[in-house]
Structures are given as C-alpha cells and as structure tokens.
Write a protein that binds this ligand. Structure first.
Ligand code: F6P
Length: 538
C-alpha cells in the first residue's frame, strides 16, 4: 500500500484543531507553566544521548492529542511502514525512498522488487572502507608516487551539502587529509580551491547522481583540464573517482570503472550522504567514524519506526512545526546550533526540507489550499544573537526556533561551554518570558523608552540538548530532521521525494547560455533580454 490521498483540511482532526486553535491561541506559553508545574517534564522526551524539551511552545496536551489524531487519520503509521519497506512513495519518479537501508545494521534483509538490497549495500560499504584506508594510510599513490594529502569533492545540492556539512561538523575527528568542496559553477570558486591543492597529491571525487548536472560536469572538466596540464591522461585513474548512477557518462568522462562508487535511484540526492556520496566524509574522519554516523542514524530510524507517537521525537517535532505553519501561519522556522561545528547545518536542512516539502500540488495533482513547506533558515549561536535575534525577539513575525546544543565541549573548554550554553538557555527563556512594562518601570527605565525596551515574549522554541558532538549523535540528529520532513509531507498529502521545481530554471539557463555562446536569440521576456544584452555588451 503506498501513500493514501487525503486532503488534511477535510480530516475530522483538522476541524477539531481549528477549534482548539481558536480557543487557545491567546494563551501565553508562560501561563501554561504557571498552571502546570509538571509541564517541563511532561513536554520533554529523551533518547540515548538526546534530551528534547518542547515545553516552551504554544501547545497543550490537547493540541498534541489532536495532532496525533490527525496523523492517524492521515495514515502516518502505514506511511512509515511503506517508507521503510521500500514501496514507491516517490510516485512521480516511480521510485522507492530507501536511504534508511544505507544505515541499516540490523542484519535483516530489505527487499526491493523482491530482491534483498542489503548485500549490495554491504559491497559498497566494504569498497568505501578499503578505499578510505588506502588513501589515509598512504598506500594509494598519485601519479608521481606521492601519497594523497588533499581531497576535493566536486558536486552540488545533495552531492555537496550533506558531505560538506558532516565533514565540517566532524572536524574534531579529522585526520591529516585536507578536504575541500567545489560546488558552484563559478570559475573563481574552482580556482580558489585548486590554488590550495598540489596536483601530484590531490584526489578528486566527482559526485553526481545523474552525472549531467551542469555545475558538476563543467567544474569536473575544468579540474581535469588543470590536472592534464601537469599529468598525462593515464594518470587520471590515480586522481579521479566518480560517484553516480550513470555509468555511461562516467566512462565518457574518462574515469576507470574500478574508480566508480555506485549510487542508486532509490536514494534521493538530498538523502545520499549515507551511501557512496559520503566517501569524502569517510576519507576525512576514517571509515569507522563514518560507520558510527550511519549507526546513529540507523538507531534513530528504529526509534522513529517503533516508538509510540507521543514519545516519538521526529513526530513530535513535526507536529509542532505543523501547528505553527498551518494554524499560526508562521512562514519560517529558525535553527540555531550552539556549535560552530554545525555552522552548515541550517544550509543542509534548507535543501533537505525545502526541496522536499516545497510543493503546492497534492498527491491528486490538485493545487493545495493550505500551507506546506516552511522556510528554514538559521546560523550558529551566539553569533546569531548578535545578528538577527532582534527580529525574533521584537519583530512582528512569529518564528519558532530550534535550539541545538551539546553538554560537553570537545576540547573540554568548560568555561566557554558554560557561557555558550548559558546563552542558549537564556535565549529560550527570554523568548518565552519577555519583559513587561512593570518590570521596566521597576528598573527605573525612562517612560519614553518603555515601549522600545518591552519584550512581549511568548515566542516559541524547542531545545535539543545532546551529550556530545560525535559521529553517532550527528547521524541521529540528521535522521530526526529527515523523519520530521517525511512526517510533514505525509500529513500535507504531498510527494516529498521529487523536486520538479528545480527543472525549469536549469532548462532556461541552457537557453540563455546558447544566446551567449552561439549568438542565438532565444525568446525571453523583456527584462531578461535587457540583462542578456547588457551582459554581452557591457
Ligand atoms: O537541482 C537539484 C538537484 O537535482 C538536487 O536534488 C540534487 O541533489 C542536485 O541537483 C545534484 O544532482 P546530481 O547529484 O544529479 O548532480
């Protein structure tokens, strides 16, 4: 059974939620706390090294019960089964969605079209392990006999954001290999990276599920040209690796078949770091650490699959998100990791979430008459506090926030960690409590300044407190958000695993390029014509 097709607005629970929203929308979050001393405890849950406190939200027990009813009416439990069983839940591309199989270590088979896919996953894992070890221990030599010291991942979107975010996040666990990422089709970006790379000891990994993406293929060709200025074509096999589903295009590019790590069409680009696309991670932190990342995600999968809704972390977070998005009409959610290691996490989540749930057509192909995908943005705390928190505290918009932090500093910098985490907790408190006129007056604030210094508070947040930033916990954290995205897509009755919305721009870019390179005069609107003309004749 694939996903069912139900307009969420027509569900009984939705109507009840609307009523409940009207009845509770003006209740302040801090009032809930005044009326229930157990709220913090009741609205928290933990899993292994994770503690999630979602009590600072505009929700009560009834909202959660009704959201659960909604999820049940939307057949969420069956959808979860279909997802993990490899049914074709990516219907518009006729594909299963099985990135979860890549981190399955249960020893049980996962069948796709009647065939167990676990043995081939294991083959790729073994190949990644062997290859990573050879590069790291210097057994693999470049064309002049030198060991590899630099690795450059060439890819974009899911072929870049996941590996680059994780590599950065796990810098503490990094070995001697320097890792770089080339993504944008900007020559200057390519050259800046190449400037740092010794040609004799750099390995290039070309990552593209399709191997047709303009950015990646142009960048790979540019890099190959640079390489061939110093080395002969025979040396390509020592320096170029490909990760893709498109074996034909790889061999056209000149990459040796034994240097190919396969991708599968049942893994979406934005969920691909768990397989061969994670090679740059494995090279950077060693295969053992990479496998710990997979295991963290895999165990979070089990939590998501097997835990009752009321204690299920990804589901609870998706409920809260839906509640603000569809009832409070919040336009965005902010994600604030209190760790510089996670500075790329918001950008990673933007693709994972917005490419998945940025849809306005439901599973019937009809326009939806409700809001779907939320805007995701964010930056690390405390930096963000000194940048955009003003708007979150005193602006006109309601912006639910996810605060993410760790109990331990990796270098045991206790004093700094205390200050960092003091800021995390204080911000969630300030957002909720605010500061009223009376308090300001008691502090002798001049009357004319009172309106400017008032904080209305009542601004929601989730706190995600994790023992320590390590590969395992990072894997689990990413998986939480992946399953939150899935759950929202199920309730919104959309297809979360295609991305047709990126196609039009790609096609038009090729048309404009024809105008540049072949002097074609393709039809365009007047504004675009003007820009093209100006660019060509400065
Ligand atoms: O343009 C969006 C997209 O298709 C993403 O979904 C994908 O992650 C990215 O481009 C890169 O695609 P590929 O891995 O095929 O080069």
């Amino acid at each position: 059974m694939t996903l069912v097709n139900k307009n969420p607005l027509k569900l009984e629970a939705w109507k009840k939620l609307e009523k409940h929203f009207k009845a509770t929308k003006n209740i302040r979050i801090d009032e809930y706390f005044k009326n229930n001393f157990c709220r913090a405890k009741e609205m928290s849950c933990s899993w292994e090294g994770f503690f999630i406190d979602y009590s600072k939200n505009k929700i009560d027990k009834k909202s959660l019960l009704l959201l659960k009813e909604l999820a049940l009416e939307a057949n969420l439990p069956e959808a979860i089964k279909a997802y993990f069983k490899g049914e074709q839940i990516n219907k518009t591309e006729k594909r299963a969605v099985l990135h979860t199989a890549l981190r399955n270590f249960c020893g049980k088979p996962i069948l796709l079209d009647g065939k167990d896919i676990m043995p081939e996953i294991q083959v790729v894992r073994n190949k990644m392990k062997k290859f990573s070890n050879k590069i790291i221990n210097g057994q693999w030599k470049g064309y002049t006999g030198k060991r590899i010291t630099h690795v450059v991942n060439i890819g974009i979107g899911g072929s870049d954001l996941g590996p680059s975010m994780v590599t950065e996040a796990l810098s503490f666990y990094k070995n001697h290999i320097k890792t770089y990422f080339i993504s944008n089709i900007e020559g200057d970006h390519v050259i800046e990276v190449l400037k740092k790379c010794p040609v004799e000891s750099t390995l290039f990994i070309i990552v593209s599920k399709t191997f047709t993406t303009q950015e990646t293929i142009s960048n790979a060709n540019r890099v190959k040209k640079w390489f061939l200025k110093s080395a002969s074509p025979n040396s390509i096999s020592k320096h170029f690796i490909a990760i893709s589903t498109n074996l034909e295009k790889i061999s056209e590019f000149g990459i040796n078949q034994k240097n190919v790590f396969p991708m599968k069409d049942w893994v979406g680009g934005r969920f691909s770091l768990w397989g061969a696309v994670g090679l740059s991670i494995s090279l950077s932190v060693g295969y053992e650490n990479y496998e710990r990342l997979l295991k963290g995600a895999g165990n979070m999968d089990l939590h998501f699959k097997n835990t009752p809704i009321e204690n299920n972390i990804p589901i609870i977070l998706s409920f809260i998100s839906l509640w603000y998005n569809n009832f409070y009409k919040s336009e965005s959610e902010v994600v604030i990791p209190y760790s510089e290691y996670l500075k790329n996490f918001p950008a990673y989540l933007q693709q994972a979430s917005m490419e998945s749930n940025g849809k306005s057509v439901d599973r019937n192909g009809s326009q939806v008459d409700y809001q779907t995908g939320t805007l995701i943005w964010g930056a690390t705390g405390t930096n963000a506090q000194h940048a955009f928190f003003q708007l979150i505290h005193q602006g006109t918009k309601l912006i639910p926030a996810d605060f993410i932090g760790f109990k331990t500093s990796l270098y045991n910098e206790r004093e700094h960690q205390d200050k960092l985490m003091a800021n995390f907790f204080a911000q969630t408190e300030a957002l909720m409590i605010g500061k009223n006129e009376d308090e300001l007056k008691n502090e002798d604030v001049a009357n004319e300044l009172v309106p400017f210094k008032t904080f209305k508070g009542n601004r929601p947040s989730n706190s995600i407190l994790i023992e320590k930033l390590n590969p395992y916990n990072l894997g689990a954290l990413i998986a939480i958000y992946e399953h939150k995205i899935f759950t929202l897509g199920v309730i919104w009755n959309i297809y979360s695993y295609d991305q047709w919305g990126v196609e039009l721009g790609k096609k038009l870019a090729n048309k404009v390029l024809e105008d540049f390179e072949l002097e074609k005069n393709n039809p365009h609107d007047m504004s675009t014509k003007q820009l093209i003309k100006l660019y060509k004749n400065p």
